[in-house]
Design a protein around this ligand. Structure first.
Ligand code: ASP
Length: 440
């Protein structure tokens, strides 16, 4: 097993060292650092709000001991707090002018109905609905759209069925490299991270970059050093790896080899095709070169996740997280962490999270393009998304889709691929899940 066995051994590596850049280098980190990682990983399991809650409870307990005579006043205060909470929950209810809305996706691509057993479908459904409901619960409590999309994406990152966080696809070297981004439609503040190998929840780091650093995007070792400073949970790379992703990589490498043998001839193919060409990445190149015969990636090799939300304050937010493409070249970065391509949010137009052929989504600046079309052409969200997905992307022979939402609560979950795992919920009573065009 990669990683774990080295976790507490090795030299005195720092993230800037070349050793850190090697596959299992972080697992060889020196004792002091391993202890720090483990300690911080544990700390990461305790959120700020948990800590605040505990602190609050502790001081409440001390206060109660110090002032037993205040109990009656305390009871009145508690009653008032309950009444306030009830009222503020009411503000966010369905009849309000600003609906609460959350949309989530779990990736788009070739989703062969024959490959999707009912057990698998049920598992995807459960994961997406849990994420959607986690985000919606935040909105219902009066929380912000930023908190809602963070909660939804974190839930999908923790679900090994999706290609983000645990269960992320593996690169050509068998390593998970993770990307994520988030954007606040109210302020246009944004945070993005790329090439992570140890951050348990990349979306939390993207959020920290947005809120706790002067930057928009951090990558690789520098980003992970920042995660350490922020007390986020760090894990060995083997945490992300699942048996299914290992099998997918093996299949992709085998296909790559067979393709090389077919194209170059059995004798010289091993020499003429470098070991780092990626079967999945080759799909994009094949499509660009007009090679229609290239087989599409099978179900489960995509599975990027994303969420967009509208809160009671009328603010939009978007977030996306991914392991990228199976067998991608080490260091490859797709559209998901690129603000404007994978993620964009602007209260003046819309919030978008994309999924699909990343190289094309970057070129087409998909997420921003949907927002820009709305703003510049003064067209509906639906028309803008349609133009980007069915005209621009199809013109490029690129496959994928978006989830998008505007300030009025209009939604789009559109794609030009076979399907897109998606779910939605709003305060007007909408609550659904779908994969293919028809709603389930
Ligand atoms: N867009 C992602 C990437 O290229 C992959 C996906 O959405 O499936 O990294």
């Amino acid at each position: 097993m990669l990683g774990v066995k080295h976790f507490s051994g090795g030299g005195d590596a720092r993230p800037g060292d070349s050793r850190w850049a090697r596959d299992e280098a972080p697992e060889r980190v020196a004792g002091y650092r391993a202890r720090r990682l483990v300690g911080l990983a544990r700390l990461g399991a305790t959120t700020g709000s948990d800590r605040e809650r505990r602190g609050g409870l502790a001081s409440l307990g001390a206060g109660a001991r110090r002032c037993a005579a205040c109990e009656a006043r305390g009871a009145w205060l508690a009653l008032a707090a309950v009444a306030l909470a009830f009222l503020s929950a009411g503000v966010a209810r369905a009849d309000d002018a600003t609906p609460l809305v959350i949309l989530v996706h779990g990736g788009a691509g070739v989703i062969n109905k024959a490959d999707l057993t009912s057990e698998r479908e049920a598992r995807y459904r459960a994961g997406l609905e849990a994420a959607r409901d986690a985000g919606y619960a935040v909105l219902e409590r009066g929380g912000t759209s930023l908190d809602a999309v963070t909660a939804a994406v974190r839930s999908l990152e923790d679900d090994p069925y999706f290609n983000a966080g645990r269960g992320a696809v593996l690169n050509h070297d068998g390593v998970a490299e993770l990307d994520a981004s988030i954007m606040d439609g109210k302020t246009l503040a944004a945070g993005a991270v790329a090439g992570l190998k140890h951050v348990k929840n990349p979306i939390e780091l993207a959020r920290a970059v947005m809120e706790k650093s002067p930057h928009v995007m951090l990558m690789g070792p520098g980003a992970e050093e920042f995660a350490l400073e922020q007390g986020l949970a760090l894990v060995p790379n083997s945490y992300f790896r699942t048996d299914e992703r290992v099998r997918q990589l093996e299949r992709a490498l085998k296909e790559e080899k067979e393709k090389a043998l077919r194209t170059s001839g059995a004798m010289n193919s091993a020499r003429s095709v470098g070991p780092r060409r990626s079967a999945t990445i080759d799909r994009a190149a094949a499509v660009a070169a007009g090679d229609e015969s290239f087989e599409a990636a099978p179900i489960g090799t995509s599975g990027t996740v994303g969420a967009v939300a509208l809160d009671r304050f009328g603010n939009l937010a978007a977030a996306t997280s991914t392991g990228g493409l199976t067998a991608k070249r080490a260091g490859r970065i797709g559209d998901s962490p690129i603000i404007g391509a994978g993620t964009y949010a602007d209260n003046k137009s819309c919030a978008v999270s994309s999924t699909g052929d990343g190289e094309f989504f970057i070129r087409a600046v998909v997420a921003h393009d949907v927002c820009a079309l709305m703003a510049y052409k003064n067209i509906s969200l639906n028309a803008a998304a349609h133009e980007v997905i069915h005209e621009k992307l199809e013109g490029l022979k690129a496959s994928g889709g978006v989830i998008a939402l505007d300030q009025a609560g209009n939604i789009v979950m559109d794609f030009n691929s076979d399907g897109m795992f998606r779910a939605s919920r709003d305060s007007r009573g909408r609550k659904d899940f779908a994969i293919y065009r028809e709603r389930r």
